[in-house]
Design a protein. Structure first.
Length: 353
């Protein structure tokens, strides 16, 4: 149970950013038809997924023509590093401005991303760009996939709680589009063309930032024997997505118990939450989550709206959902939830101001 005497971490200045290229779902569907229609016998059966994905637009750091060409891992990753740092800089500067803070007040950075590789890591690259302090603590986080938004915030909150008065910059960026491989004719790859987009988010986390949203508690659960549900297969031309068609079924079968353990530990009930802000992995994942949370179909309006406007931007997406909820003036207790490789569920209770 949460220790009522411990300092509470707050998240302030939450800012989101997208790259410039807009992908319209109808245009993506048309291009995917050109690319896969001749080569994949079952493509006609897959055509409806573009509409059923409930996505209208997504953002991309490369123009749509890029997706029709073949690219090596190195070229993709160069694009990843350049665009990830640009987007993070935009989001981080926005977060500092909103929180009325300056770069030299940042004591540490948690930088979350799983869609590319950078060593020195993105936080070190941003340090040069933004003239961040030289004694800053750095925590790059790779591998949490879509769970990285909620669990990254949890890690930043944990650091803040252990160092009251220090300020941590949470950075999340995913450029999912860059992992698309035009010569991969698997169904998963086709489904991925209907779902994934690019985006970034940044926020400041600290026990002294009392104007922001308060992190009440968090938890995670990694299920046994589920390593094959989500992940990357590393190939010569990049990161090939593994995501099981059974994810919605897993959610229905297992998520309720994991959530129940977290709520019981914290002395909370579903009735204590005014809002449910989930990572929108896909339309069918949201259908399953709404059942688990006891909501009417479509009840997670903010998750669905973000999915429609931005697609699935992996870890960044849930922070877009929180931003949208706060922009709409929602306040009170919200349950954030997500799923990522492991196969892992992440939960976080956030009290919106
Ligand atoms: C809205 C969808 C996309 C389409 O719905 P639908 O049009 O009713 O289509 P179906 O669900 O019936 O699927 C059509 C066909 O595609 C197949 N399929 C259906 N998902 C699959 C499948 N993941 N594999 C491989 N065949 C499939 C499905 O079996 C079926 O095949 P077939 O029976 O032969 O007609 C719906 O499937 C949906 O919401 N699915 C949930 C998506 C989902 O699991 N999202 C959470 C995972 S997110 C994730 O893992 C992130 C990875 C990631 C990726 C990139 C990054 O850079 C970063 C991260």
């Amino acid at each position: 149970m949460t220790d009522t005497n411990r300092p509470v971490a707050h998240m302030a200045g939450l800012t989101v950013a997208n790259p410039d290229h807009v992908l319209e779902q109808a245009e993506v569907a048309r291009r995917a038809g050109e690319l896969f229609g001749g080569a994949l016998a079952s493509f006609d059966r897959l055509r409806p997924v573009y509409e059923n994905a409930a996505i209208d637009t997504r953002y991309s750091c490369v123009p749509i023509d890029w997706y029709q060409e073949a690219h090596g891992f190195g070229a993709r990753n160069d694009l990843y590093i350049r665009n990830a740092v640009d987007l993070l800089e935009k989001a981080a500067r926005g977060a500092l401005e909103k929180a009325e803070m300056t770069a030299d007040q940042i004591d540490g950075v948690v930088a979350v991303s799983t869609s590319g590789i950078a060593t020195p890591s993105l936080d070190a690259l941003l340090m040069e760009r933004m003239n961040l302090r030289r004694d800053m603590q750095r925590l790059p986080v790779f591998g949490l996939g879509c769970a990285g938004g909620v669990l990254g915030l949890a890690r930043a909150a944990q650091m803040a709680m252990s160092q009251p008065g220090k300020t941590y910059l949470l950075l999340v960026v995913e450029l999912c589009g860059l992992t698309f491989r035009s010569r991969d004719y698997s169904k998963s790859n086709v489904i991925a063309t209907a779902l994934f987009g690019d985006g970034a988010a940044a926020a400041l986390v600290g026990t002294h930032l009392t104007s922001g949203a308060a992190v009440h508690s968090f938890a995670e659960h990694t299920w046994r024997d589920t390593l094959d549900v989500m992940g990357w297969d590393v190939t010569d031309d990049g990161l090939s997505v593994i995501f099981s068609r059974d994810i919605p079924t897993h959610v229905r079968a297992r998520m309720g118990a994991a959530l129940g353990s977290y709520l019981a530990r914290e002395g909370l009930n579903l009735d204590d939450f005014r809002h449910f802000l989930s990572h929108p992995g896909g339309a069918k994942v949201l259908d399953a989550l709404e059942e688990i949370f006891g909501l009417a179909p479509g009840g997670m309006a903010h998750s669905r709206r973000v999915l429609a406007q931005f697609g699935n931007m992996s870890a960044a997406t849930v922070l877009f959902v929180v931003r949208a909820a706060m922009d709409d003036g929602l306040h009170g207790r919200a349950l954030l939830s997500t799923l990522g490789p492991g196969f892992t569920a992440g939960f976080l209770t956030l009290d919106l101001p």
